[in-house]
Design a protein around this ligand. Structure first.
Ligand code: AMP
Ligand code: ZN
Ligand code: FE
Ligand code: FE
Length: 282
């Protein structure tokens, strides 16, 4: 059975593999297709698609947007039109809000004597800079032993250098993906620590704005958890998707394709996603 991974981050956001390196890894692993789902940017896709053409890996354009519904909730967007005006305007706003937040984090660290410069971070990490990039810096400067340790002690919500950023509402997020021609998918539903009623409330709320799918297979989810999500997806006529959330060395426990060891996303889920996209554009 052909294997895919519909949730991959690259250096265009906070992954450590360049788009080309990510596709090279996918080819080595024998994956038939991957989706590049960087946070708040589609800047990595062109390079990935070109590498995919050379190496025989199908590339799915994607994005991941952080939003909130009582708590942090992530929405994936697949097959969005990169030339969509509303999407481009929204991304400009989100990157600007990231910059505002990131500069505040840099100021707080610098005030404690940590030798960090946002200009240098921009040169190195590009435009969509996220907290894992701060984690990398804290590791390199010897303040943390790993990116996870940096989160635990410095940059996780509630820690000293955490700063919040303005985010798009969940309604606008789903709507924007749909208006950009994409399929909006609820990412990693178990991350939100909702019970069945809470998850249904979240799904039903998003359905009103055009939610089209739900990530049912994900790193670390048990067979029972995935079966439950697949049942929910069927019940709500949502297209099931699956992916690892690969970030390279920024999340060393997660491997592309196989996640924490036992993830297997079959190609047929991508066929379902394509059908959903076609229905959208009719
Ligand atoms: P940002 O959007 O810049 O605030 O950063 C969010 C990124 O940080 C996402 O990729 C998350 O997966 C990652 N992240 C959030 N919390 C943690 C944590 N406790 N440990 C490791 N990574 C985290
Ligand atoms: Zn990330
Ligand atoms: Fe996420
Ligand atoms: Fe992700």
């Amino acid at each position: 059975m052909r294997q895919i991974d519909l949730h991959v981050h690259t250096t265009a956001s906070d992954g450590t593999y360049t788009p080309t390196q990510a596709v090279e890894l996918a080819a080595r692993l024998g994956l038939s297709a991957i989706a590049v789902t960087d946070h708040d940017t589609v800047a990595g896709f062109d390079e990935a698609r070109k590498a995919g053409e050379k190496l025989g890996v199908e590339l799915v354009p994607g994005i991941e947007i952080s939003t909130h519904f009582g708590r942090a909730v992530h929405i994936l967007g697949y097959y969005i039109d990169p030339k969509s005006r509303i999407l481009a305007d929204t991304l400009v706003w989100m990157i600007r809000e990231r910059d505002v937040r990131n500069r505040r984090m840099v100021e707080a660290m610098a005030a404690d004597g940590i030798p960090i410069s946002y200009e240098r971070m921009r040169e190195r990490f590009g435009t969509a800079i996220g907290r894992p990039n701060f984690g990398q810096i804290l590791v390199e400067l010897g303040y943390a032993s790993s990116v996870q340790d940096a989160f635990d002690r410095f940059i996780e919500k509630g820690q000293k250098y955490y700063r919040s950023r303005k985010m798009l509402s969940i309604e606008r997020t789903v709507e924007t993906i749909v208006r950009a021609g994409g399929v909006a998918v609820l990412a990693h539903p178990f991350q939100y620590r909702l019970d069945d009623a809470g998850l249904r409330e979240l799904i039903e709320h998003c359905l009103d704005y055009g939610l089209g799918g739900m990530e049912c297979l994900y790193s670390g989810y048990t067979a029972e958890q995935s079966a439950y999500l697949l049942r929910l997806a069927r019940e709500y006529s949502l297209t099931p998707t699956g992916g690892s959330d690969f970030h390279g060395l920024n999340k060393p426990a997660i491997s592309m394709g196989s996640g924490k060891g036992d993830l297997f996303v079959p190609y047929e889920l991508l066929e379902g996603l394509k059908e959903r996209k076609e229905k959208r554009s009719e």
